[in-house]
Design a protein around this ligand. Structure first.
Ligand SMILES: [Zn+2]
Length: 109
């Protein structure tokens, strides 16, 4: 429901210099593979809390997940998966402290 953050979003939030962002993280990860994404796809935001109110209005909430929560994904075809822990620290989408937290992943066969 929410596009990946990018330099334009941070500029709209008042950031005047460089700010890490998920769109650039995707480009950097793809570049390490010698590839380039034709565009930044709509992300699967696993931990974001974007409630939809009874009026249909979307808002940004603090995450509801707890340490140790996990998601298991199964790829049904060969794919490239890029994970970006959103560096958003200007609004509390990563919690009231506005501090992005680490995420761990594991690839299993
Ligand atoms: Zn982001």
């Amino acid at each position: 429901m929410i596009a990946a953050c990018d330099r334009y979003r941070y500029a709209l939030l008042g950031c005047t210099g460089h700010h890490d962002n998920c769109t650039d993280n995707l480009a950097a990860a793809m570049a390490e593979l010698g590839l380039a994404a034709p565009e930044c796809p709509s992300p699967l935001n696993l931990w974001m809390n974007i409630p939809i109110g009874p009026d249909g209005k979307v808002s940004w909430g603090e995450p509801l997940c707890k340490p140790g929560d996990h998601v298991l994904l199964r790829a049904a075809m060969d794919c490239i998966v890029v994970m970006s822990t959103c560096p958003q620290d200007m609004i509390p989408i990563n919690g009231a402290a506005c501090t992005p937290t680490e995420v761990h992943y594991r690839v299993v066969d």
